[in-house]
Design a protein around this ligand. Sequence first.
Ligand SMILES: Nc1nc2c(ncn2[C@@H]2O[C@H](COP(=O)(O)OP(=O)(O)OP(=O)(O)O)[C@@H](O)[C@H]2O)c(=O)[nH]1
Ligand SMILES: [Mg+2]
Length: 292
Amino acid sequence: MGHRAGFVNIIGNPNVGKSTLMNAMVGEKLSIITSRAQTTRHRIHGILNTEDYQIIFSDTPGILDPRYKLQESMLKSARSALVDADVLIYLTEMGEKPDPENSFLQKVAKLKVPVLLVINKIDQSTQEKVVETMEKWETVLPNAEKIPISALKKFNVESIFNRILFHLPESPPYYPKDALTDKSERFFAGEMIREKILLSYKQEIPYAVEVEIEAFKEETKLLRIQAMIYVERESQKGILIGNEGKALKRVGRESRLDMEKFFQKKVFLELRVKVKKDWRNNERQIKNFGYH
Ligand SMILES: Nc1nc2c(ncn2[C@@H]2O[C@H](COP(=O)(O)OP(=O)(O)OP(=O)(O)O)[C@@H](O)[C@H]2O)c(=O)[nH]1
Ligand SMILES: [Mg+2]
């Protein structure tokens, strides 16, 4: 058999572990992961290369009912993953109830490409419940192959691999064989900052934040990165910066440590905060930020 290559798109509700799964499959921390829903906002390719094949995984934003323009764009990129997959992974977690009326699931049920219904987080459950859950899904997605896993504990992830390899079409590679992702270094720098913000602030703050990398300069011994953090209101700016700037300093320190690990270089990181009123609902503004 010749070279094989294809697109494996991972979709599912927010917070079910899509990013954790993609990182586990690719073996790199590409997508940021937090315990909060709507962590991922863009579709991200993670590429796995061997001599014989290339698998291009897509991590996507969770499927949601959009309440503002940014979420509309997030839903659009989740939807786009339905149409260009060679293999589709619908990721669910233990406890999610399959809803036969759900229009997204109905679309998945009608797909022509192979669908893997992967049930995540079985480390928190019993064998009995897992069997029960698989049976429940049987009625909604009868044609999907059902695979219970734990992405976090990397349990049974190899079963997904085996099924992907079984279905992967013959094709030349889509990307150079040393490519790891479709996103830029700037993108990942911004995501690392956003992850720290998701982890550090309560309630609505992280959702009102966008990070833009304004400068990314490679010097001999050092990476010099300047980032602008946008919020929607003046009050959020105050919370983000914190008393005597302590909160923002912590975000900066933690992001820098992550970046030094990721880029394998000393990093000098400068963070600033600016208000861009109600940017989440401003079509032009979210386009400027790189959403489609
Ligand atoms: N117990 C357990 N937790 C898991 C597992 N996989 C992921 N998680 C946790 O679930 C949470 C969400 O994980 P993500 O990978 O960010 O989920 P996601 O589907 O990408 O979420 P969004 O990007 O917000 O849609 C994190 O706290 C993970 O650590 C698992 O197998 N078991
Ligand atoms: Mg995610």
